[in-house]
Design a protein. Structure first.
Length: 658
């Protein structure tokens, strides 16, 4: 099978599991570029129409269920006599493997897993689906800790008013309920019993009943009381001990009546281990409609006792008429004669054979009744259930009542059939039933819709988990810069958050991860003026720190670098975040100043003019009329650079200064 392509898209890669009727393979969906799980019916069943129908029922049963704790059905098909169901691929282990590896769980972990399984069952039960095979092998735990219930292969549709009678004893002996063991009627409480057994195994590391054969285990479910889990694991709180015992009550009326009720108590214990779990007052009657009286242990014992009393050798005393089942301990065994011991053995064999005979009779009777092969009232007139599929509710009601049958509103279910039209009837069209029989009709609520999850604030791993949990596939994952969304978080998605999609819509969810603000490339500031650098910084959204370097010189040729940058703290072409500070150094030239006062003090006007002209200093005299031999007494300013000007004060020769 490995390497084969089914449906022109699913390439079988490897076998990852095997059940009683099918193999499970990991496959690659070439259309959506993702891994899926493909369940394929075994070759030995491909010619068995009943098994094929039961196999396909799994897809029908849960295709419209929307719940993060239920494995999604993606496709179903047949190719070359290969019948297959395509499901989401869950990477992880089943709960049985985890129990075998790690032993008993902490009560907190057990409650967490049980709550998620109960959540899945609540969704199934609200959609009139009973799983019937809840066990650790059918509970998957992903690497991220997500719990997924799978394998609805023997699921059965029912409703809240009529219990479905199983057509055979199905399920796994260690986990099925007493009513399953007896081939009796089942409803949602059957799944809750099995969940109670799973919870028992999680906190104790072992199942409540075990035996050498499935029949032996089944008998214990019917006859023996559960050893309180607290007797095995004293660390669990009394409240959880009570909850498990309530869930595994032999009589359905004494158990939890709904998954939601059980979830409520699990949450109470999670918040407060000392919470009080209420056990209802024992009820003597079950308020559910029954098709036939179930086969009870008491009835079997009474029939067996009566049979045993009629099969007695002549040489056995009257005292030997007592039920030999009670002769179990060694003291009583010593009281028996060899003949009595021999007779006791015969009686036990008869009891066992009679019990099995009654089970077979009950199962065959139930099969005949539920498949309309036998009328509950042989004298009643038989009519054929009309085909109302596709009719409106009013049309279906009129058609059914026109046949002398009783119309029962079976509620709504999601379907690809037009909204408001009948999708199924129980009994089915064409079945012959007594007049006045109730016919339950389920109306389409339209195609199931699911909301696209909101991925904002999620990282990539969290976004992928949210998409898978919501029942979608992951599309393209890209990255881009964002000034507002932190690095590593989802910045946008397509389709948009909370967009409503049909459950069967295969549109993948694409999303973009933020790389944070886009970095800036540091420019080259060399030989740029401060003004030029400021303009560049404004465009690049960087911050500039100016650090001048003063240079004193009187050489004109060095002045071409005046005011220009010659160094920067972060090299050019370096990637930095926006608003990064960059310090630059630039030249600030200062011409050398000349001490004019010292050079001209007490010198003549004639000398002063010659010297000032030679040094490029402009000048004027306070009294231009003074003669050339007049004396310089003061210069303002006293120090200047070439090109600047001074004022020279003079006094007449040999005349004291004012």
């Amino acid at each position: 099978m490995v390497g084969k392509v089914l449906g022109e898209r699913y390439e079988i890669l490897e076998k990852i599991g095997e059940g009683g009727m099918s193999y499970v393979y990991k496959a690659k969906c070439h259309k959506l570029k993702r891994f899926v799980a493909v369940k394929i019916l075994k070759d030995s069943f491909t010619n068995n129409e009943e098994i094929i129908e039961k196999f396909k029922r799994e897809a029908t049963a849960i295709a419209n269920l929307t719940n993060p704790n239920i494995v999604n059905i993606l496709d179903v098909g047949t190719q070359d006599n290969i019948h297959y169901i395509v499901m989401e691929y869950v990477k992880g282990k089943n709960l049985k493997e985890i129990i075998n590896e790690h032993g008993k769980f902490s009560y907190e972990s057990a409650i967490s897993i049980a709550s998620k399984v109960a959540n899945a069952l609540d969704c199934a039960h609200r959609n009139n689906i009973i799983h019937r095979d809840i066990k650790p092998q059918n509970i998957l735990v992903t690497e991220e800790g997500i719990v997924k219930v799978t394998d609805f292969g023997i699921a059965k549709s029912t409703d809240s008013s009529t219990i479905t009678y199983t057509n055979s004893v199905m399920g796994s002996a260690h986990y099925f309920s007493p009513e399953q063991a007896k081939g009796s009627y089942i409803d949602c409480r059957t799944d809750l019993y099995s969940l109670g057994v799973v919870l028992y195994e999680m906190v104790t590391g072992r199942v409540p009943f075990d035996g050498e054969s499935p029949v032996a285990v089944a008998l214990k479910h019917i006859q023996e009381e559960v050893v309180p889990p607290k007797n095995i694991n004293s660390k669990i709180p009394d409240s959880l001990n009570t909850l498990i015992l309530k869930a595994t009550e032999k009589e359905p009326i004494k158990r939890y009546q709904s998954a939601k009720e059980m979830i409520g108590d699990l949450e109470k214990i999670k918040e407060n281990p000392n919470a009080q779990i209420i056990i209802p007052v024992e009820s003597l009657e079950d308020d559910h409609t029954r098709i036939m009286e179930p086969i009870t242990v008491e009835a079997i014992k009474q029939a067996a006792a009566k049979k045993a009393s009629n099969v007695k050798p002549k040489d056995i005393d009257e005292e030997d008429d007592e039920d030999d089942e009670y002769y179990d301990d060694e003291d009583e065994d010593e009281k028996l004669t060899p003949k009595q011991k021999k007779q006791r053995t015969k009686n036990r064999i008869l009891l066992g054979l009679l019990f099995l005979l009654l089970l077979v009779i009950g199962a065959v009777s139930a099969y005949a009744i539920t498949n309309n092969k036998v009328s509950l009232n042989p004298k009643a007139e038989q009519v054929e259930v009309p085909d109302v599929i596709g009719m409106t509710k009013d049309q279906a009601k009129s058609t059914i009542e026109g046949k002398g049958l009783v119309f029962v509103d079976g509620g709504q279910e999601n379907s690809d059939k037009p909204q408001g039209t009948a999708t199924q009837s129980v009994p089915a069209a064409g079945d012959k039933v007594d007049k006045s029989t109730q016919v339950k009709v389920v109306i389409s609520a339209g195609i199931a819709t699911i909301n696209v999850p909101d991925l904002s604030t999620q990282d990539e791993a969290g976004a992928k988990k949210a998409i898978a949990s919501a029942g979608f596939s992951v599309g393209n994952v890209t990255q881009d810069y964002s000034d507002t969304v932190p690095k590593g978080k989802v910045m946008s998605q397509d389709p948009a958050a909370n967009a409503v999609k049909n459950k069967n819509d295969t549109t993948p969810v694409n999303f973009v991860i933020s790389k944070g603000p886009q970095p800036v490339i540091v420019p080259d500031f060399a030989r740029k003026t401060v003004d030029e650098a400021q303009k560049i910084i404004a465009d690049q959204k960087l911050s500039l720190n100016l650090k001048p370097k003063e240079v004193v010189t009187d050489k004109v040729e060095n002045k071409d670098m005046d005011g220009k940058i010659f160094d920067q703290t972060i090299p050019k072409d370096t990637e930095v975040a926006k608003n990064t500070d960059i310090t630059v150094q630039y030249y600030k030239y200062q011409p050398r100043k000349i001490d004019v006062q010292s050079a001209l003090n007490n010198q003549t006007r004639d000398f002063a003019e010659t010297w000032l002209n030679k040094n490029g200093i402009a000048y004027n005299f306070d009294d231009p009329s003074q003669p050339k031999d007049s004396t310089v007494v003061k210069v303002e300013p006293a120090q200047v650079a070439p090109g600047e000007s001074v004022k020279v004060y003079l006094k007449p020769a040999n005349k004291p200064a004012q």
